[in-house]
Design a protein around this ligand. Structure first.
Ligand SMILES: Cc1cc2nc3c(=O)[nH]c(=O)nc-3n(C[C@H](O)[C@H](O)[C@H](O)COP(=O)(O)OP(=O)(O)OC[C@H]3O[C@@H](n4cnc5c(N)ncnc54)[C@H](O)[C@@H]3O)c2cc1C
Length: 351
């Protein structure tokens, strides 16, 4: 059997790459082992246009937000699902300094920031001492539904192998690659944190980052907004909310910890004024990079191998955009933008 591409991994990167290749009428096989706590499955799905204590706009957000909205809308239409909604963020100030920083920023730039008409209106549900600001538009992506629906679609079309990809069994030939009887013009790795030990792309500067979350049932709590007060409380499914997350650059393993559970439980007790039940506790690792920029493109010394990875904390907004750039590069030789282009590691990868 011959296909144009083998894709390794069906997280948010492999999912969008498969969709772009479907639209471009390219043949491919996705190989993905179904693991429960991958970054895409643990993510809350927020696209937040601002970041940090100074509430500055995130990298490329003016381009990424409209692109993401259209991409999730049209992918969702094809799959018969709704996988993106607008969800304003209630940014609760935890100190007077935070309040000041927000209002100063708001006075300079109101593109994404606004102030509430009545800042007591969340007090029936939440404890907050210094008021809040609103970040909007912000989006919430239903990654779980998107991944599951595209997986069904790929399985129905015979385009998905649910198994572990074993790098030792890949044969790299003159003009093609071959894996267990499937030959392909190119293989593209969308393997998330496994990219860190991918033998074909050694020494890339990953900076893996662990995050933990709780799933919490809070009957009657409004699901109209995302609440941010140190942690984020994000509508997940009926009466269930995602609470997280931590950002740990140093960690011993990828398992949930008691420490986070206790911290997050206290947060709930101190913040939420309604009865709640903790129903689950997950940990996962983000495929982040030291430069905080993705890895996108073909291997500088072997153009039969490519990569779409390193989305860090922002897979929801970056993956659709860079999957499209990668496919435009593969099919039309359009350059991948310099900040994300794998070519910047030519020396490292040619060692
Ligand atoms: C707690 C947490 C919260 C987050 N919240 C957000 C958020 O709100 N918004 C946002 O934009 N981003 C968020 N992120 C980041 C986002 O999840 C990641 O950027 C994104 O999911 C990375 O997607 P990926 O496809 O590169 O990797 P993954 O989702 O890890 O997918 C890789 C896939 O490859 C498969 N795979 C790997 N190796 C092999 C192999 N050898 N054989 C077969 N299959 C293989 C894996 O099983 C997996 O299915 C969050 C991350 C975490 C951990």
């Amino acid at each position: 059997m011959h296909v144009d591409y083998i894709i390794v991994g069906q997280g948010i990167c492999g999912t969008f790459l498969s969709w772009e290749l479907q639209k471009a009428k390219q043949s491919f096989i996705v190989i993905d082992e179904s693991k429960p706590f991958t970054a895409s499955k643990a993510a809350s799905g927020i696209i937040n246009p601002v970041t940090g204590r100074r509430i500055v706009k995130t990298w490329m957000i003016d381009e990424l937000m409209p692109f993401a909205w259209n991409a999730y809308q049209s992918f969702g239409e094809k799959l018969g699902i709704n996988c993106i909604t607008q969800k304003p963020i209630i940014d609760c100030f935890t100190t007077p300094q935070m309040r000041l920083a927000f209002t100063e920023r708001y006075e300079k730039d109101q593109q994404f920031l606004s102030l509430p008409a009545n800042e007591n209106d969340w007090l029936p549900y939440l404890d907050y001492d210094f008021g809040y600001g609103i970040i909007q538009p912000a989006y919430l992506v239903d990654i779980q539904t998107l991944l599951t629906s595209q997986r069904k679609n790929l399985l129905a079309g015979g385009q998905l192998k649910e198994e572990h990809f074993d790098a030792a069994q890949l044969e790299n030939k003159e003009t093609s690659v071959e894996y267990k009887g499937i030959s392909a013009d190119k293989i593209i790795f969308c393997d998330g944190i496994a990219g860190y030990s991918n033998p074909f792309f050694p020494n890339l500067p990953y900076g893996l980052n662990k995050g933990e979350i709780l799933l919490v049932e809070i009957p009657g709590f409004p699901a109209t907004h995302i609440i941010k007060k140190g942690y984020s409380l994000v509508p997940w499914s009926a009466n269930t909310f995602w609470l997280g997350s931590t950002y740990l650059w140093e960690f011993e393993d990828d398992r949930p910890t008691k420490g986070f559970y206790q911290f997050a439980e206290n947060w709930l007790k101190q913040t939420i004024k309604m009865p709640f039940t903790i129903i689950d506790h997950w940990a996962s690792v983000r495929p982040a990079t030291l430069e905080r920029k993705p890895f996108v493109g073909l291997h500088p010394a072997d153009n039969k191998m490519g990569i779409l990875n390193g989305m860090g904390t922002k897979g929801c907004s970056l993956a659709p955009f860079f999957a499209k750039q990668l496919v435009n590069h593969l099919l039309h030789k359009e350059p991948v933008m310099a900040d994300a282009n794998l070519g910047r590691f030519k020396k490292v990868l040619s060692r």
